[in-house]
Write a protein that binds this ligand. Structure first.
Ligand SMILES: [Zn+2]
Ligand SMILES: [Zn+2]
Length: 190
């Protein structure tokens, strides 16, 4: 396995812990987020703070890491494209086996010397929790399909020809179970 980058905040040194089973080390620290932590529509901005609250425990085969990571999220609402900001806390739990360990679990993470790399585990945990369809708010009205206006700012927005039944059906479909916008009751029609 290639050497780990000690400069990465997500590479933890377990040297102090020693290899006596049962030894415990608590790690509470804030590190910088790596690049590309997320999916296309939402993710953790590179360099943003990740708060780690971890417990490193020596076990027979390796070091068990448990705890939480709090990250900032930034993305885009899939309906209206406005910025979405949020925070996310994920649970982490991983056994990092010692380099010489006979544990042959292919799925297990391996230590490199005294170092362990939290990044792959954090990445899996964060990506699993991300909303695939982030919304600025649950009832976001989205954009006008005709001119792109944000319908959250202007719910009464309409164009001549909006009474086209095909478009009304589409609007209903997109808004799902939410309250549908009733063109007939729009006072601006008068
Ligand atoms: Zn939105
Ligand atoms: Zn429009």
């Amino acid at each position: 396995m290639s050497a780990l980058d000690r400069r990465s905040g997500l590479v933890l040194d377990t040297h102090e812990l020693g290899r006596r089973a049962g030894a415990l080390k608590l790690v509470q620290t804030t590190v910088e987020a790596p690049a590309d932590l997320g999916i296309e529509v939402i993710g953790v901005p590179k360099g943003s703070p990740i708060e780690l609250d971890l417990r490193l425990e020596s076990a027979v085969e390796g070091v068990l890491v448990t705890g939480t990571a709090q990250v900032e999220l930034r993305g885009e609402c899939v309906r209206c494209l406005s910025a979405v900001e949020d925070r996310l806390e994920v649970d982490l739990q991983e056994l990092y086996v010692y380099p010489g360990s006979e544990a042959e679990e292919e799925e297990a993470s391996r230590m490199v010397g005294d170092l362990l790399d939290l990044e792959p585990v954090l990445r899996d945990a964060v990506v699993l929790e991300l909303p695939f369809q982030p919304l600025c708010r649950p009832d976001c009205a989205g954009l006008c399909p005709e001119c792109g206006a944000n319908l959250n700012d202007d719910p009464a927005h309409e164009h001549a020809g909006d009474n086209d039944p095909r478009w009304a059906a589409l609007l209903k479909f997109e808004q799902g179970h939410q309250q549908t916008y009733d063109v007939a009751s729009n006072p601006r029609n008068n």
